[in-house]
Design a protein around this ligand. Structure first.
Ligand SMILES: Cc1cc2nc3c(=O)[nH]c(=O)nc-3n(C[C@H](O)[C@H](O)[C@H](O)COP(=O)(O)O)c2cc1C
Length: 185
């Protein structure tokens, strides 16, 4: 019997209508179509406390449990001042709770990277996230989606205006599942 691949989306922002969250939903649609079970976790709903040492706050447990059981993830942070957002980094910092797992952190998991930006430099957030995945011993999917001028990228239904962007996000979802299946063997 083959295990169903589980993909967790992580990202978003404090915006009422976050383009980062919409981007994640588009990737997860592709992953779902490829047969994965998908879970979306956005930083606004998670409302995590700032990382600190000590007992684990109850608000953090759903994130850590979801990531621990995931075969793959899609991350999407907005570009804030040339880097990832503080809220996204704080969520990642809580993955320190996976440090004593065997294997630790994101070992054996594949991470797809997507970023949104008001301007043209969304790739900067992708590059930052790539360093983080490496630090956490995960694998990055080669295909990424830096989304420039993201504030106008999606329609009211959350569909990208640019069909090529829609296809790219959907393809990332598919490739994420294929890569997760390969790593799970
Ligand atoms: C605090 C802050 C800093 C930002 N810094 C940048 C930046 O350095 N470069 C840029 O292109 N856009 C910047 N933006 C714009 C966001 O990257 C852009 O609006 C993004 O799509 C927001 O994602 P969201 O819709 O998920 O909130 C910034 C926005 C905020 C609120």
């Amino acid at each position: 019997m083959t295990t169903q691949i589980k993909i967790v989306g992580l990202g978003g922002s404090a915006s009422r209508r976050s383009s980062s969250t919409l981007a994640i939903e588009n990737v997860l649609a592709g992953a779902r179509n490829a047969g994965a079970a998908v879970v979306s976790m956005d930083v606004q709903t998670l409302a995590l406390p700032m990382y600190e040492y000590g007992p684990t706050p109850s608000e953090v447990e759903p994130l850590v449990d979801a990531v621990r059981s995931a075969h793959g993830m899609v991350w999407c942070s907005p570009l804030y001042h040339g880097s990832i957002s503080g809220a996204f980094k704080n969520a990642i910092d809580w993955l320190q709770l996976l440090s004593n797992d065997d294997p630790p952190y994101l070992s054996g998991k594949v991470i797809a990277l997507v970023a949104t930006a008001g301007g043209d430099q969304a790739l900067q957030a992708i590059n930052t996230m790539e360093f983080i995945v490496r630090a956490l011993r995960g694998w990055t999917l080669p295909l990424t989606a830096p989304i420039s001028r993201a504030d106008a990228a999606f329609d009211e239904q959350g569909v990208p205006h640019d069909q090529r962007l829609g296809e790219r996000l959907y393809t990332i979802g598919h490739e994420l599942v294929q890569a997760a299946q390969t790593l799970a063997k």
